[in-house]
Design a protein around this ligand. Structure first.
Ligand code: ADE
Ligand code: ZN
Length: 379
């Protein structure tokens, strides 16, 4: 298996067409605010780059890289069969099984570059102007794809975006994986710290993802403490997706997090809602993900109105768009169709998302002025 960081080729742009092909027919919502929602400058804080591999791309990369597909699961008979399987996830863990198989096709820096650039170009077409992208180094390093191969590819995509997508800022956030033993997370942290990437602008923060039930925040306190002691500045963690609101509360008190990924179930605890509002902790909500992974029965069950009314800051994100049938615009549209929000509600969401971003004050001012220009047209 090669993992040469110099192996960065021009990204393969044709993937965008494949991705658009898989979007649901509901891509355009019928709401009168649709044009406004399309034009609204967006921040994406919760997208896993490995969650942007479409079945078509997975098959293509697997073939290019000589990867054998699982033979004991008919879902891997064809891209169409894999798409069909993605319509029937029963839980987070059921999804994660397929998500991590998807990693096996990613080998070279050029694979990570193509994947990342293509996501950025698609997100930009939906007016994402600031993207903070998660990636899962442990699940690559354990397959002998080195950290520096991943980051070389992602950095090459970021450099290309700086030229070709001029209004877009891009940041990267590694996530520790909760299905792996805690010592493996410490090893990852050591490697990341040794790279110097938390301190030279390559990595903007540190996160945690994967299975949730049974993975209480106290298990990871030593990792977060070590990162904090070493000078890492920004922390987040996936909680309150399947797990109870207590996990969110304990993550806030134990892990130094300034945001929570998902956090949907925080709404079950009125004291926690007040605490989130008071501390301006941002929740990075992922509506289509919650419906597809059966966290909620219907979009209307996501506590959007409760969070807005209680002044809990949140952003709306795509999580794993290739698996859940939509990128950020489709998530905005799905929320609008379910809740019929007003322009003022979206203004609050857009301003909160900028305030909660991990970027400079200057960049926040630039993003705010982009939002203001669009609001002026609509008010
Ligand atoms: N990794 C990728 N998507 C995830 C999700 N929705 N929850 C937890 N870990 C993930
Ligand atoms: Zn996620």
């Amino acid at each position: 298996m090669s993992g040469n960081p110099d192996d960065v080729e021009p990204a393969v742009g044709a993937l965008r067409y494949e991705r658009r092909q898989m979007l649901p027919k509901t891509t355009m919502c019928n709401d009168k605010l649709h044009q406004f929602l399309q034009a609204l400058p967006k921040c994406e804080h919760h997208v896993h780059i490995e969650g942007t591999i479409s079945p078509e791309l997975f098959f293509r990369l697997a073939s290019k890289n000589g990867i054998t597909l699982p033979s004991d699961d008919p879902a891997f008979d064809s891209p169409a069969a894999l798409h069909a399987r993605y319509q029937n996830f029963t839980s987070l863990d059921d999804f994660l099984h397929y998500y991590f198989i998807g990693f096996s096709a990613l080998i070279n820096a050029s694979d990570f570059e193509a994947l990342t650039y293509d996501y950025l170009a698609l997100a930009y077409s939906q007016n994402v102007y600031h993207a903070e992208i998660f990636f899962d180094p442990q699940a690559h390093i354990s397959r002998n794809v080195p950290y520096h191969t991943i980051i070389a590819g992602m950095n090459a995509a970021k450099a290309r975006a700086a030229v070709e997508l001029p209004k877009l800022s891009v940041e990267f956030i590694p996530c520790l994986l909760r299905h792996l033993p805690v010592p493996s997370a410490h090893e990852l942290l050591e490697e990341l710290l040794a790279s110097g990437h938390f301190f030279d602008g390559t990595l903007v923060g540190f996160g945690m993802s994967s299975t949730e039930l049974g993975k209480h925040p106290s298990l990871y306190k030593s990792v977060y403490d070590a990162a904090k002691a070493a000078g890492v500045g920004n922390f987040t963690a996936h909680y309150g997706e399947e797990g109870p609101s207590d996990y969110v509360k304990d993550a806030l008190s134990l892990l130094n997090v300034s945001r929570i990924d998902h956090g949907r179930r925080s709404a079950e605890d009125v004291d926690l809602i007040a605490q989130l509002a008071e501390s301006a902790t941002m929740l990075t909500l992922c509506p289509l993900s919650n419906v597809v992974l059966k966290g909620v029965d219907r979009m209307q069950d996501i506590p959007i109105r409760e969070f807005l009314d209680a002044n809990v800051r949140f952003s709306i994100n795509s999580d794993d768009p290739a698996y859940f049938g939509g990128y950020i615009q489709e998530n905005y549209c799905a929320i609008q169709e379910a809740f019929g929000l007003a322009v003022e509600d979206w203004e609050k969401i857009a301003r909160g998302a900028i305030a909660g971003s991990w970027c400079s004050l200057l960049r926040k001012e630039q993003l705010l002025s982009e939002v203001d220009s669009v609001l002026q047209e609509w008010n």
